[in-house]
Design a protein around this ligand. Sequence first.
Ligand SMILES: [Zn+2]
Ligand SMILES: [Zn+2]
Ligand SMILES: [Zn+2]
Length: 361
Amino acid sequence: MRPAGEKSRRSASRPAPRPPCVSVANASRRRWKNSAGNSLPEIREDPLSGRLSLVAPERGRRPHDFQPLPETAETGPCPFCPGNEHLTPPELLRLTGPEGDWSVRVVPNKFAALVPGKADPPPSDLFVVLPGVGRHEVIIETPEHERALAELSPSQVLRVLEAFRQRKEAFQAEGWRYGLFFKNHGARAGASRRHSHSQVLALPFLPPLLKREFARLEEFRHRKGRCLFCEMVEKERREPRKILESENFLAAAAFAPRQPLETWILHKAHGRPFDTLEERELLEFAEVLLHLLRALNRIVPNLPYNFFLHLEPLKGPFPEDFHWHLELVPALTRVAGFEWGAEAYIVPVAPEEAAAWLREA
Ligand SMILES: [Zn+2]
Ligand SMILES: [Zn+2]
Ligand SMILES: [Zn+2]
């Protein structure tokens, strides 16, 4: 119990806490609702590590949903196939292909982890909770149900990248802080549908991993007076981890991987954000990505993998040194106790050896 006098002394010396974002301790659960009256997801920050969780019970999971699923758990018609467009929420973007039909569609995710709305700045409290606002969308990469991304033509992958770029622009106009484009391929990597697609989350915050990358870039600049990325590109092109190099891109096995065969594609040019790339450069990136995916598939047929693009933030502050890049993480070994506990990874293949396999594949 606090002495009676302390409360009034504290309230006299401190401003009253701001009302919209409140701590878990003094709030009933699920306090934000959208205009339709539905509860919003929550963005929670772990007080110890700064790690974030998107708590989204609207995704409707129940205990029986957590039973291990067989590879093909899909039922009913595929909502991503042509002719079934009415099975997805209204589309946000459609790119047409050479035959005039759609070649790429972007639709809201039916089971969104974040929903549109406005976020208030977080209060400085122990248990930080933000309303789970943002966007969660699905990019349907091809009209063809059976074709994986690795089997698409470079010009089709270019259209997928073009869709990324157009959505990024839209998120920027809406004032979101960061847009994270990612792909899950294969049930083991978290894909719930076979029909090739990627996803994007427009976020009201900078993801902790990006925060860390930016902080290390800044620290390196401060210490060495140079760009860490430029240095990395310069070094990796002479290292045995190099897989292939094109005019603008370098693909290399990750120096400290989280999974066997983890590979990164780095954009070599300094100060060239994703948005400023010319079509021929995007096509070049598509070709490098396809080359890599096909090489990976020759080593492990239909490799389950995740990739994500680390692009520039949608709004400032912007990092001084940053090269956008893609990190491709295969889903081959299980993330287990040590990995959870240490945020360090036990990997059974040396990246230098993995790079040799990929160069020869
Ligand atoms: Zn389909
Ligand atoms: Zn640089
Ligand atoms: Zn990164």
